[in-house]
Design a protein around this ligand. Structure first.
Ligand SMILES: Cc1cc2nc3c(=O)[nH]c(=O)nc-3n(C[C@H](O)[C@H](O)[C@H](O)COP(=O)(O)OP(=O)(O)OC[C@H]3O[C@@H](n4cnc5c(N)ncnc54)[C@H](O)[C@@H]3O)c2cc1C
Length: 319
């Protein structure tokens, strides 16, 4: 949308989040002649990395490039308005006149930004926030030679000595997965009691070492990690690794809506992206857990868009 254009304060659909899930939904809703307002705070989860992998026809593309290509395509649809650097501050139920079920409060300073948008439906595509273990230099390597998604980035690290760092009870499972790509894997619990002795023995049988001492820091230069340094000064040499962040769906703005969540805080959706609240949909990493990948998020956005259009017109068939 041009800076001077005024965004409508009413739409069929408000999409919160402009990652692959939200952008893919916007494209498909736009093509279905829905009026759409998409709000995006502009903080892509994968911004830390230089290349994203596994997206058919776009393997190895810089993350921001994928968003740029999607924006260029959306420019052909005047019924889709994108409000960049705008945050959904709150989502509230609307009184229901004209089928408008939600009001999204908008925080943003660009000219023409309305303070709120009323809509018939809302699609939540806000992704996840990540908290990494408290290791001083970890951020400097994250997205460069230390990653969180094996399916996305393990190919480039295969057959190297790798670390898996984490403080969550799924660590042994993740180690088994990463061992597909290397037979030189050390699991670092950073002092957390998250790998049982039974699991440790099972991992050892596959040649995976469990290191329970606390980590002092990572060593390396210019994003290339070279060692994990423990608090007692021991250095364990590595050439890459994975970390298990804590994930927290970015859903604070939903305070006024009582939608079902799973124990980890994701929005619970049916197979088509419907939440427990009529008219409220979710797609991508913010929805109940599964593979956290760009093409999966984009596919979920497309699917939610199709179902949303069916629901708007009362079509009950699935296709
Ligand atoms: C380091 C790293 C590397 C990765 N590499 C790959 C890879 O190579 N291949 C791959 O397939 N996947 C990769 N991923 C995973 C991938 O980034 C995610 O699965 C994908 O981005 C999820 O898409 P999404 O649309 O659900 O959310 P996101 O891409 O996170 O987008 C959500 C958007 O919503 C915005 N937002 C949040 N809250 C609000 C709000 N209240 N109002 C307005 N906007 C809001 C955010 O700013 C953001 O722009 C990687 C992830 C990380 C962390």
């Amino acid at each position: 949308m041009a800076e001077t254009e005024v965004c409508p304060a009413q739409a069929d659909v408000v999409i919160v989040g402009g990652g692959p899930a939200g952008l893919s939904a916007a494209l498909n809703l736009g093509r279905a002649r829905a009026s759409v307002v998409l709000l995006d705070a502009g903080r892509p989860r994968n911004a830390a990395t230089l290349r994203s992998h596994g997206f058919l026809t776009r393997d190895g593309l810089p993350p921001l490039e994928l968003r740029k290509l999607a924006r260029a395509e959306l420019a052909a649809y005047p019924n889709v308005r994108i409000l960049d650097r705008c945050v959904a501050g709150a989502l509230l139920p609307a009184p229901g006149a004209d089928g408008l079920r939600f009001i999204t409060a908008v925080q943003g300073r660009r000219p023409g930004t309305p303070p709120a948008v009323a809509s018939r439906s809302v699609l939540v595509a806000t992704g996840l926030r990540e908290t990494l273990p408290a290791i001083p230099s970890l951020r400097a390597f994250y997205g460069m030679t230390v990653f969180s998604c094996a399916a996305c980035d393990a190919w480039e690290l295969q057959d190297r000595p790798l670390a898996l760092i984490g403080e969550t009870p799924d660590l042994a499972d993740r180690a088994r997965l990463i061992a597909r790509w290397t037979d030189r894997l050390t699991v670092f619990t950073n002092g957390a009691d998250v790998v049982s002795t039974v699991e440790e023995a099972e991992l050892a049988a596959s040649g995976i070492i469990v290191e329970r001492r606390r980590i002092d820091d990572l060593e390396g230069v210019k994003g290339a990690v070279s060692a994990v340094r423990l608090v007692d000064g021991t250095r364990i040499e590595i050439e890459g690794g994975f970390v298990r962040p804590h994930w927290d769906p970015a859903l604070d703005f939903l305070g006024g809506i009582d939608a079902e969540r799973d124990p980890e805080g994701h929005l619970v959706v049916d197979g088509s992206g419907r939440t427990s609240v009529a008219g409220l949909y979710a797609a991508g990493d913010a929805a109940a857990p599964g593979p956290q990948q760009l093409i999966v998020a984009a596919g979920q956005g497309a699917r939610a868009a199709a179902v949303l259009v069916h629901d708007l017109v009362g079509v009950r068939t699935a296709h």
